[in-house]
Design a protein. Structure first.
Length: 564
């Protein structure tokens, strides 16, 4: 069974949120936007705690609208899980029969199951009371499904596992851990082989003790205790150098990993990255082994928080194929641009906090043409995955603009990083595809266009995507053909005059309309970035008053958009 939609109301920082889920769903967003709350809501709804009438939720699980609110003031806390067949016949007959009173059939022949968990303040009992129901597509309660056996069956068929960001190899690989412990308990070794192995262990233990005479002497001395305290005729004093019973041996098992020197060291003695990665793969092994699978038709639902913790960027990128290959449904929360650069664009869900609460933004598969999607994937997903974490994209033509805009922001004391602004080059991608992508994910944008024919065409394309927004807030057009001409006309022409090739001839004098075009055509080498850096150095030497106001306005508009 696949979980296809989650609706959450009045849970922690989430007033109202609707989230569609794929087989693999990637949650992104700024800190405190609700990613962990989404994972926790699903975990609670599919846990045994959902069946408790009192105590399923803590006071701070109830949404607090403002500083003066008390738990319950915002109304009923509600979590709705919608399970839907992907195609006819996807759910086994045993699942449909086991949940017969809770499943409904839609007009297209697909089975649905809608589970509602709610909690609200009961004035008479003076307690928060939790209740649950199964409902149809119109949210009408299905009374026959209101039986504990039905919710228990659902929890057997959909088993949720949550791997938090706070991974600890000491805890995760302890004999009592959720994922490691089951491998050590109740060994599946055939009885005949177990008897043989335990006999060999006893013999090996005797050899070890016999070879170490000092331990043998200790054993002989301790036998005196049996003569003083009657322990039974068959009791003897013995020393175990190694456990003689299989279950005892396995309970002491530990994972060793070779260090860079080749020496085998316990996992907990390795770096945090190795430990974190080992925990993820232990998680995978636990699921693959099915050691905790209550029913052959059980579907695992995996929640993984920040799989990138402690990992090198290259290791993060290498991890994705493993995460993607497992057949279980997964929801992954991440802050890693490196991980994000590997995932399908349609799998991303961006949580964005607005004045009305948290909204979920995703890419509509029909929003971009195949060619636009290809370009976006190449430029954004493959190389700049972290751009999806920005609040505002400040789009520009090329590399010169990147250096000029970023350094001018620094010199003017405008904190673009703090405001979530990222500079995005669109020269080789196409402006329209990036603007469409930004709008789909709820990322604000401002674009700087050249004043030449292509630049004006870009500005026209951007204007067509404003959808009622102000052009002044989102589009700036240079009065000159490009940024180099603009800099020459705003007091920095000397930088370019100093880079004229000795083989070039300027035919007009300064002040002539063709002077700066001829200077720029006469530049030697790949001049754009080196000259842009010299412009920045000239501004630093002259002071912020030398910064062209037009460029400061562009950055300031991006900052203003970051609060929208």
């Amino acid at each position: 069974m696949r979980l296809r939609k989650v609706l959450i109301e009045n849970f922690r920082g989430l007033k109202h949120l609707e989230l569609d889920l794929d087989d693999i769903t990637i949650l992104i967003g700024e800190n405190n936007c609700g990613k962990t709350s989404v994972l926790e809501a699903i975990r609670i709804a599919l846990s045994r705690a959902a069946m408790r009438r009192i105590g399923s939720f803590e006071d701070h699980d109830y949404h607090l609208a403002d500083a003066t609110s008390s738990p319950g003031d915002s109304g009923t806390l509600q979590i709705i899980l919608e399970f839907i067949e992907g195609k006819q016949g996807e759910w086994p007959v045993e699942v449909i029969q086991g949940l017969a009173d809770a499943v409904v059939l839609d007009s297209s022949g697909l089975y649905h199951l809608n589970f509602v968990l709610s909690s609200s303040w009961d004035k008479s009992l003076k307690e928060f009371i939790t209740d649950w129901n199964f409902v149809d597509a119109n949210r009408k309660v299905l009374p026959k499904a209101k039986r504990p056996v039905v919710i228990g069956t659902l929890q057997n068929f959909v088993s949720v596992f949550y791997l938090t960001a706070l991974r600890d190899a000491v805890r995760d690989f302890s004999p009592k851990s959720t994922f490691w412990g089951p491998f050590l308990r109740n060994p599946s070794i055939p009885d005949a082989i177990k008897t043989q192995l335990e006999g060999e262990l006893v013999a090996l233990n005797d050899k070890i003790i016999g070879a170490e005479q000092r331990l043998k002497q200790v054993s002989n001395s301790l036998e005196k205790a049996q003569k003083i305290v009657s322990l039974g005729q068959k009791d003897t004093v013995s020393i175990e150098a190694i456990p003689s019973r299989i279950w005892d041996m396995l309970s002491r098992a530990q994972v060793n990993v070779a260090a860079v020197t080749g020496a085998s060291l316990p996992l907990v003695k390795h770096g945090a990255g190795t430990q974190s990665l080992a925990t993820i793969f232990l998680f995978e092994s636990f699921l693959a082994a099915g050691v905790n699978k209550p029913d052959p038709h059980t579907s695992f639902f995996l929640q993984i928080e920040e799989p990138e913790v402690h990992l090198h960027p290259s290791a993060i990128r290498s991890l994705w194929p493993t995460l993607a290959a497992s057949p279980e449904q997964k929801i992954i929360a991440t802050h890693s641009g490196d991980l994000l650069s590997e995932v399908p664009l349609t799998a991303i869900r961006r949580l964005k906090r607005t004045t009305n609460g948290v909204e979920v933004r995703r890419l509509d598969p029909k929003a971009l043409s195949p060619e636009e999607t290809r370009k976006a994937q190449f430029h954004i997903r493959r190389h700049r995955g972290e751009l999806f974490f920005a609040r505002v994209w400040l789009l520009h033509e090329g590399e010169t603009e990147y250096w000029i805009l970023s350094e001018i922001a620094r010199l003017a004391g405008i904190p673009i990083e703090e405001n979530g602004i990222r500079l995005v080059e669109y020269a080789n991608v196409g402006l329209a595809s990036l603007l469409k992508l930004a709008d789909q994910f709820g990322i604000q944008w401002h674009c700087l266009c050249d004043g030449d024919q292509q630049g004006k065409a870009n500005a026209t394309a951007a204007s067509a995507l404003l959808n009622g927004r102000s052009a002044a807030d989102h589009i700036s057009v240079l009065s000159e053909p490009d940024i180099e001409h603009f800099l020459c006309n705003t007091g920095f022409g000397g930088v370019y005059e100093g880079n004229i090739s000795s083989q070039s001839t300027i035919t007009v004098k300064p002040g002539h309309i063709d002077y700066w075009p001829q200077v720029l055509k006469s530049q030697q080498g790949k001049f754009k970035v080196p000259c842009a850096i010299k412009v920045i150095q000239a501004i630093e030497a002259s002071g912020t008053a030398a910064i062209p106001n037009f460029l400061v306005q562009i950055v300031s508009r991006a900052v203003a958009l970051s609060g929208v």
